[in-house]
Design a protein around this ligand. Structure first.
Ligand code: F0G
Length: 490
C-alpha cells in the first residue's frame, strides 16, 4: 500500500490506505445510455430546451441533483428484508428512532417521506402570518413552506459568500450582526434555520463557532434554533478539516456537537441519509413533537411510519450510520474537490472553494457575451447536454427570476450552474469525463447562445418552462466574447 500523506485521509488510516481509490467495490452495475449527438439534439428540442423535460434514459451522466440518487450499500439492501411493516410502532421505527436519537441527541423523532414534508409540518406548528424566519440561506422548498404559512423567509449569508472566487473555509456561515438586527427588530421570530451545508451558497459549510454565535443570539431573543441537516455529515467533515482544534475528532462527535446546539432538525435523508426516499424531524420539545404528530396524520400518516414503508426506515437507519464513516467522507469530499480543482486549474470560473456535494460554475463569467436575460446558465446547461450528454441544473435567472407586472424581468443576483454529484454512483473516470466536457465547452464558449422563454408557469418555472434559442445576439458583445474566448472547437 502507498502511504497517504494527504490531509484528506482520516487520521486513523493515514499510513495504511492508498490515496485516491474508492473505499468500496462495485457489486451491482447498471448500464448508462450513450445517445449520439443527433439523439441529444432531438431530445433537447423535444424538451423545449429544458433538461428537466428530458427522459433519464437519454442522459449519459446525470448531475441534476445529489438528492435521492444515492447508491445504497449491500448492508442497506440487506436491511430492507428486516423491514417490519406494522402500521404502528414497528421494530423498524424503533431501530430508526434509536439511530437518530444516538446521532442527534434529540429525543423526539418523527419520520417523513422527504425533507419538504418535514418543513411543512414544522412550520405549520411554529409559524404564523407576519412572522420572520431568518437563516444562513433557505433552500427553495424551505422558503416556499415558510411563505406558505404567511411568514417572511430572510436569507442572511455571511459577507464572504458574495465573493465567488474567495477561498474561505466557512462561506456557508450566517451573518451574525445581520441576524442580531433581525432578532432585535421587533418582528416575531419563532425560529432561525441554519442550513448545513449551505446548498444555495455553493454547498459551503457552516462552522461550529458560527452555530454557537447563532445559538447565543437565539437564547438572548427567545427564538428556537433549527438545523436543516440534509448534508450534516459533509458539513461535519469540513469542520474536521478546517476548524481549529477539530482535526482529530470523529465526524460523529462533530455532528453530535452540531446537533447539541439546536432545538431540533429538519432532514432530507435523500442526501446524507444515503437513501432514495425519506426524511425526518427531530425535536427537543415534547410539546412541539405532540403538535407535529397530531397534524401529520392528515398528510404523512401515523407518526411511526411518516409516509414511508418499514423497509425505508431500515435503509435510512443504516445510511445514517454509514455516512459518518471517515473513509467514505474523505472519498466523497475529495472527489468533489478534485473535480472543482481541475475545472479551476483550466480557468473555468467556479464558486470557490469546491462545495461538499456540487461544483457551481459561474455562467455569467463563463459566457460574458450573454446578457443575464439571455439565460446564460440555462444556455450552458443545454450546451453541456448537447456536447456530452451530461445533465446539470441552472440556479439563476430561470430558477429565481420572474416577470414584473409589465412582463419584463429584472436580472437576478447571479447565474450559476450546479454540477451535483450523486453519492457512491459515478467512478473517478466518469467524473473525469465530466471535467473534460466542461473544459472543452469552456474553450468553445462563444458557442453558448441566448435563450428566450416561450411558455412558463406561475411559480417554480425552471421545472417546466419552455425555451428556445433567440434568433440574434448583439454583434458587438459577441465579437468581444470571441476575442476573449481563445478559439477552440468541440
Ligand atoms: N433542504 C435542503 C438544504 C435541500 O437541499 C433540499 C433538497 C431540501 C431541504 C428538501 O428536501 O427534496 O427531500 O424534500 N434539495 C434537492 C436539491 C432537491 O437538488 O438540492 P426534499
Amino acid at each position: 500500500l502507498i502511504p497517504v500523506k494527504s490531509a484528506l485521509a482520516p487520521a486513523c488510516y493515514r499510513s495504511a490506505v492508498p490515496r485516491r481509490i474508492e473505499p468500496y467495490r462495485i457489486k451491482v452495475v447498471e448500464p448508462i445510455p450513450f445517445p449520439d449527438a443527433g439523439a441529444r439534439r432531438r431530445a433537447l428540442e423535444a424538451a423545449d430546451w429544458n433538461v428537466f423535460r428530458i427522459p433519464a434514459d437519454l442522459v449519459t451522466i446525470d448531475l441534476l441533483t445529489d438528492s435521492g440518487v444515492t447508491a445504497m450499500s449491500a448492508h442497506q439492501w440487506g436491511s430492507l428484508f428486516d423491514g417490519d411493516e406494522a402500521y404502528a410502532g414497528s421494530q423498524s421505527f424503533q431501530r430508526f428512532e434509536r439511530v437518530v436519537r444516538d446521532l442527534t441527541g434529540l429525543p423526539h423523532v418523527i419520520p417523513t417521506h422527504q425533507g419538504r414534508a418535514a418543513e411543512r409540518l414544522l412550520f405549520e406548528a411554529l409559524v404564523t402570518r407576519g412572522d420572520v424566519v431568518p437563516g444562513n440561506t433557505h433552500f427553495d422548498t424551505t422558503r416556499a413552506n415558510i411563505e406558505y404559512f404567511g411568514a417572511r423567509a430572510v436569507d442572511l449569508p455571511c459577507a464572504e459568500a458574495a465573493d465567488r472566487a474567495l477561498e474561505a473555509p466557512f462561506k456557508g456561515n450566517a451573518d451574525v450582526a445581520a441576524l442580531e438586527r433581525v432578532l432585535a427588530s421587533g418582528d416575531r421570530v419563532p425560529l432561525v434555520v441554519m442550513t448545513c451545508t449551505n446548498n444555495s451558497c455553493g454547498g459551503q459549510p457552516v462552522s461550529l463557532a458560527n452555530l454557537r454565535a447563532v445559538r447565543a443570539l437565539c437564547d438572548r431573543h427567545g427564538a428556537l434554533l433549527f438545523i436543516d441537516a440534509a448534508r450534516f455529515a459533509e458539513n461535519a467533515w469540513f469542520i474536521r478539516e478546517r476548524e481549529p482544534g477539530q482535526g482529530d475528532r470523529s465526524p460523529r462527535n462533530i455532528a453530535r456537537d452540531l446537533f447539541s446546539l439546536a432545538d431540533g432538525c429538519l432532514m432530507s435523508a435523500k442526501k446524507d441519509g444515503l437513501v432514495n426516499i425519506g426524511g425526518f424531524v427531530a425535536l427537543r420539545s415534547a410539546d412541539l413533537a405532540e403538535r407535529v404528530k397530531r397534524s401529520m396524520v392528515l398528510g404523512e400518516g401515523f407518526p411511526t411510519y411518516g409516509g414511508l414503508a418499514g423497509r425505508d426506515l431500515e435503509a435510512m437507519a443504516t445510511g445514517l450510520q454509514e455516512v459518518l464513516d471517515p473513509a467514505y467522507l474523505a472519498d466523497r469530499i475529495g472527489r468533489v474537490r478534485a473535480l472543482g480543482d481541475r475545472l479551476h486549474a483550466a480557468g473555468v470560473p467556479t464558486v470557490r472553494p469546491p462545495g461538499g456535494h456540487a461544483i457551481y460554475v459561474d455562467a455569467r463569467a463563463f459566457a460574458p457575451h450573454l446578457d443575464p436575460l439571455d439565460y446564460p446558465g440555462q444556455s450552458l446547461v443545454c450546451e453541456l447536454y448537447l456536447h456530452a450528454g451530461v445533465r446539470c441544473v441552472e440556479v439563476g435567472q430561470l430558477m429565481n427570476g420572474r416577470p414584473g407586472p409589465d412582463g419584463v424581468e429584472a436580472p437576478v443576483a447571479q447565474d450559476l450552474v450546479r454540477l451535483a454529484i450523486p453519492r457512491r454512483v459515478y467512478t473517478t473516470s466518469q467524473l473525469a469525463y465530466v471535467a473534460d466536457a466542461v473544459i472543452e465547452l469552456y474553450e468553445a464558449r462563444e458557442r453558448l447562445r441566448p435563450l428566450e422563454i416561450v411558455d412558463q408557469p406561475h411559480a417554480l418555472r425552471h421545472f417546466s418552462a419552455k425555451l428556445r434559442p433567440r434568433a440574434s445576439v448583439d454583434d458587438g458583445a459577441r465579437d468581444a466574447a470571441r476575442a476573449g474566448a481563445g478559439g477552440g472547437g468541440l
